[in-house]
Design a protein around this ligand. Structure first.
Ligand code: MN
Ligand code: MN
Length: 470
């Protein structure tokens, strides 16, 4: 037997006192790698099925019902272990698994968002210019416009007719479907454009979607390409031009979620922000049976434009649902809230060695180092952050360690390099202790974002540990 090498006093001290970050692959157990791969397959399916918040809600309902969740109706009598969900206007969804303890002991919330940056159609979008048909757009969320030109795009959304009938539109996602695109200038003629700053080279009003080029036959009138397009839309969807007024149509990248790298250790896709944490919270709550405290998974809309609106996290829809649950147990909502905890599960910036100067590496989240705990987000002097208290961070740290969740600390880049926010502050405003944590992402908000599979899986494990915590 080899004699064990004795540690020097310095080595002992270093081991006992120093906080060292370690790559998750050096810590994770072999058995978990398989679970991680299975989890990643489910996540990629979620991404491909949910290109908009409405589609994410539909897919979530399918998974939830298969796992025994029932649609919640006000006044429903619920007992421990019951599983319910409620949809807010087709765009946000909240799921609950009732706990053994009453709601006066608070609930454990995982809150994420299912909307993602994209390009929306204007209300009067269709026009023809020089015998090409286009749709006028207004982008949604923080996009870098230059990234969205000359790539294949899919059209998703709804057209609601005056009679209230909703027509679903999804073109580009199906087998053999056509796609759309926004054309860009050829480099040969881009001399002047190339001199412009990145943020100005592609103006918002130039993000017009190319949708057709064939003129209507046997006609001498004007705008024959537009007419031909309208005829096709009428044949397929029964809509007329005025119906665009009450439509919500968006284009999103026509990419399927794919493994990235020779080692397949990463996933590239549109919409990781924040479907990667939404799926983590969802997959976790689907596995929860008889939690001690009631578990809540909140998948919100409108985070990318400030959590505004009736389906955003600022909306009272969440409070109404919680109040209805509380009413069933004669518990005041404020008592439930003050004893609750929320993990605001949203993505964070992954340290990118190609752009090292906007990060402070000691405090940045690294790919494959686990779920990133973000005590504060915001910009400048933490403006727009909920800044979780040390007590809350300590509790989460301990829950994660207990459950073998690999975690790291995270921040959104260097101080004064920029910044951003999440739904955390709106949960905290409700008098709910809240902490941000989520998956580090490369190329956040780009049409094709990249994450590490290990971090996705650890976020799921972290979410599950929160739901299972005493
Ligand atoms: Mn986000
Ligand atoms: Mn975002």
């Amino acid at each position: 037997m080899a004699e064990e090498k004795k540690m020097t006093r310095g080595e002992q001290l270093r081991k006992a006192l120093c906080y060292t970050k370690k790559n998750g692959y050096d810590k994770v157990e072999a058995a978990e790698l398989e679970a991680m791969e299975t989890y990643s397959i489910g996540y990629k399916q979620f991404l491909d099925a949910g290109k908009t918040e409405r589609e994410c809600v539909d897919y979530t309902i399918r998974l939830a019902e298969a796992a025994g969740f029932k649609e919640y109706k006000r006044g429903m009598e619920l007992k421990a272990g019951d599983k319910v969900y409620q949809v807010n206007r087709g765009k946000a969804i909240v799921l609950a698994v009732m706990g053994q303890k009453g709601l006066e002991h608070g609930v454990s919330i995982g809150a994420a968002h299912i909307d993602a940056p994209r390009i929306d159609m204007k209300q009067n979008p269709l026009y023809e210019a020089d015998e090409l048909a286009f749709l006028k757009t207004h982008y949604y969320g923080g996009i870098r416009k230059y990234q969205w030109v000359a790539i294949p795009l899919e059209l998703h959304g709804v057209v609601v007719l005056k009679n209230g009938e909703t027509i679903r539109v999804s073109v580009g996602n199906g087998e053999g479907d056509p796609v759309f695109t926004i054309d860009d200038l050829l480099p040969h003629l881009g001399v002047e454009q190339s001199k412009k700053p990145l943020g100005e080279a592609i103006p918002g009003e130039s993000l017009n979607i190319l949708v057709g080029s064939r003129p209507f036959a046997d006609d001498e009138g004007e705008n024959r390409v537009k007419l031909c397009t309208l005829e096709l839309l009428h044949k397929r969807y029964g809509i007329v031009e005025e119906d665009f007024v009450s439509a919500e149509l968006s284009v999103v990248p026509a990419f399927k979620a794919s493994d990235v790298g020779f080692d397949r250790s990463m996933i590239g896709a549109y919409g990781h922000d924040d479907r990667v944490c939404s799926y983590a919270a969802l997959a976790a709550i689907l596995q929860i049976e008889h939690p001690e405290r009631t578990a809540i998974c909140m998948l919100a809309d409108k985070e990318e434009i400030g959590s505004e609106g009736v389906t955003g996290m600022k909306s009272a829809a969440f409070d109404t649902f919680m109040e209805d649950l509380c009413a069933g147990q004669n518990v005041p909502l404020r008592v439930c809230y003050e004893n609750s905890f929320c993990l605001s599960a949203d993505v964070t910036a992954a340290y990118d060695p190609n752009f090292a100067d906007v990060y402070e590496k000691r405090n940045s989240a690294l790919v494959n180092y686990g779920i990133g705990i973000c005590k504060y987000t915001g910009s400048r002097g933490k403006s727009g952050a909920s800044d979780a208290s040390a007590e809350v961070v300590a509790k989460v740290r301990s829950i994660f360690d207990e459950a073998n969740v690999l975690w790291q600390t995270a921040e959104l880049g260097k101080v004064d390099a920029g910044g951003g926010g999440t739904v955390a502050m709106y949960m905290a405003e409700r008098n709910i202790d809240t902490l941000d944590a989520g998956v580090p992402v490369l190329s956040m908000h780009a049409p094709f974002e990249t994450v590490g599979k290990l971090d996705c899986y650890m976020t799921f494990k972290g979410m599950k540990a929160i739901f299972e915590a005493k």
